[in-house]
Ligand binder design. Structure first.
Ligand code: OAD
Length: 250
């Protein structure tokens, strides 16, 4: 890790810039939750079109729910790591701070972040396939697969965005607006491949924001980043945070 780059970034942070953060599956990897792409990624073991599309759910809601129940079981047993906690603290420290995540695992909330824009929904919520009502549901394992709506008896689906579906409009609009007005954008643990999330850093960059990428592997965003830390989120965020505290005390 480049110490000077970390120090430079900590100095910028000391001026309390407006910050937007975009996270992806990589930030949860150190908590033990599998990512989607890469060697051990979920999409290497499972076919997305059989499990994460509206068609798949119409065809076989039980199979889709088996998969989500399995993933919920993995996530339920996992805890946030130091990187998640740094982001939760930064929300208190910086006057203008927005956390945008593609993750559905709820670990940012578990770490204490409050102002979170969940672009792809949340695996701990269910939605009535008929009425569209959303409810929290932390039952793991689920007693009934597929589960049914307690009010109308229709099928419940996970409140997550599937392939071929639009993102929640208001959430995406808020995320775009936060990126357009930030001074500094962190892009952490995402392959920067899935749209429209992958466009958000470009909205920020076009408006003059500096881009900081934290990812052990290069992505399509890397060559546009002002700071690129090819490191793990759980290691680099605490280093930046410690330098920020040190330099804030000087
Ligand atoms: P990916 O699985 O595509 O990418 C994960 C990224 O995290 C990769 O670029 C890894 O190099 C990086 N990574 C791995 N370990 C890391 C660590 N310890 N610290 C930092 N980075 C690390 O996940 P996403 O980009 O989040 O969509 O995928 C985007 C969307 O594709 C997901 O939200 C999901 C999926 O299909 C839906 O389910 C709608």
């Amino acid at each position: 890790m480049d110490e000077n780059q970390f120090k430079e970034l900590a100095d910028i942070l000391r001026s309390k810039p407006r910050i937007a953060v975009l996270t992806g599956a990589g930030i949860s990897a150190e908590s033990g939750i599998p990512t989607f792409r890469g060697q051990d990624g979920l999409w290497k073991q499972f076919r997305a079109e059989e499990l994460a599309t509206p068609d798949a759910f119409r065809r076989d809601p039980g199979l889709v729910w088996e998969w989500y129940d399995w993933r919920r079981g993995i996530i339920a047993a996992r805890e946030p790591h130091a990187g998640h906690y740094v982001l939760a603290r930064w929300e208190e420290f910086f006057p203008d701070f927005v956390l945008i995540t593609q993750n559905v695992d709820g670990l940012h909330r578990k770490a204490g972040s409050k102002n979170i824009l969940e672009l792809h929904g949340n695996i701990w919520q269910v939605r009535c396939a008929e009425e569209g009502t959303i409810a929290e549901n932390d039952e793991s394992p689920l007693k009934e697969i597929p589960p049914h709506c307690p009010s109308c008896g229709a099928l419940l689906r996970p409140n997550v965005v599937w392939f071929g579906e639009a993102l929640p409009r208001e959430t995406l609009e808020k995320a775009s607006a936060s990126c357009a007005r930030c001074d500094l954008m962190f892009v952490i643990g995402t392959s920067a491949f899935v749209q429209p999330a992958a466009s958000l850093p470009f909205i920020a960059a076009e408006k003059g924001a500096k881009i900081v990428e934290i990812n052990p592997n290069p992505t399509p965003l890397t060559r546009f980043a002002d700071y690129s830390f090819q490191a793990k989120a759980g290691e680099s965020l605490p280093v930046i945070d410690a330098l920020l505290s040190e330099r804030s005390e000087e």
